[in-house]
Design a protein. Sequence first.
Length: 483
Amino acid sequence: MNAEHEICVVGGGPAGATLAARLASLGHDVVIVERHRFPRPHVGESLSPRAWPLLAALGVVEEVAAASFTRTLEARVRWRTGGPQQVRVADSGDERRSGLTVDRGRFDAILLDGARAAGATVLTPAAARRPVRRGDGWDVPLERGVLRARFLADATGRRRLLGGRRTPTSPRTLALHALWRDGPPADGAQTRIEALADGWLWGAHLPGGAFRAIAFVDPQALASEQRDRERLFCSLLAASSGFAELLVGARCRDRVQACDATSYIADTPIDTDSVKVGEACFAIDPLSSSGVQTAMQTGLAAAAAVHTILAPHGDNAAAIDFYSEHQRHSVKRHAATAAAIYAEHEAHGDREFWRRRAAEASDRSTPAAAALPRAPHRPLTSLADLLPQRVGLSSTATVRDTPCVVGDRIERRRALIHPALDRPVAFLGGSELAPLLDELQASASLALALARWERKLPARRGPQIARWLHARQLIEPVRRAHS
Ligand SMILES: Cc1cc2nc3c(=O)[nH]c(=O)nc-3n(C[C@H](O)[C@H](O)[C@H](O)COP(=O)(O)OP(=O)(O)OC[C@H]3O[C@@H](n4cnc5c(N)ncnc54)[C@H](O)[C@@H]3O)c2cc1C
């Protein structure tokens, strides 16, 4: 087959399906090339509640809600070796705000159908070989024929069709996993997490009744068991308090599988002809159970960047900066969170597995912690007391041109930057912040600035923004210079 499309997305997992759905709904001609006929099996079945807004953005909430996936009611966590088990209740009482344990084959198929419904063409089963850059586009060789595309997206997960350098952001981690059928009866604890001396275990009942167990260890652990993954996996389960008993008498469905679970970041996430999304762009520690939602987020962020690059007068540099920053920020945030959790383990001081992962916590948290504003020397002036005073931005805040999403595209806008803010902020509740800050600094008092804001903002928005700025110590009284 020889065909020509504007955008070719290789890989129809959560990242590729999200990117293709969004670009197709923005009017682009998109083809997805997926090597497997869906539904295909995939490990990584636990979805956090934060996936729901992304599913809503793709218009597939009803399909996911109707799919009889398992609502995560509680998680049993034993994070201290041999320590007490904690029951963390995750049930929000609202089905569409709860975490889910899904069958990834069916879940990923819903997303791919969503992309098809949005207008993307789906070629499956079709495996792409290494694409070749040609003039103003790409040749993507398939088993039969070649696809031509102006823009290429690599959404092939850890296979990373486009290759390129990637930098590990965690110690190398091996995942061993298997499925049990006729497994332990579901007793309300869909998810189990248990720390071992040199690794940790995750387990859950999947929709349909099978039980999945995964062990995360250093790859050297395999060498010490003569590279026998069944033997290593069984010894890890046997050393646990919560899994050994649970799986007595259960029949293992398949052989034990092994895969890499190391976190990493790709060096070049985007250029004017290609983008990497999902795990082709970066992989996070599986501890957070948020790989799927993170992959979908890259799909949405990349769609805004690609739409900008393909627009007649799009700001390409802003699009590239925006997506690169999205990648860096996500990697940093996830690494810091995972490392802080590893540092909670009592063996983080001496056992290699825990020490190296917890060390990432102190390495990564230092710059951020150092950047946080020190406690003010004097008590914070209340907002009411600030009203009659001239108020300006805190001396540690700046306003700088920053690429951000405006409508469907990336544009540079002036954004507020401060160590207490996770990211630069250009809009608050849909209102552009920089012009309001200009007015604030030009007004003789905060009360006068609020009166000016009131004329242009919806009711109550002005006081909300003032409270937001005040609570984060982003504004302060302007001290008069003494002559
Ligand atoms: C052991 C383990 C446990 C995990 N647990 C969780 C969890 O509990 N919760 C969670 O949210 N995340 C989890 N994750 C992470 C999660 O699975 C991934 O983040 C997610 O699947 C990434 O989505 P993706 O679309 O980037 O890639 P994938 O889902 O891997 O999709 C890539 C697609 O590309 C296709 N493809 C590859 N090469 C080609 C080619 N040449 N041509 C055509 N098609 C191709 C593949 O067939 C596949 O369908 C886990 C990961 C691991 C390793």
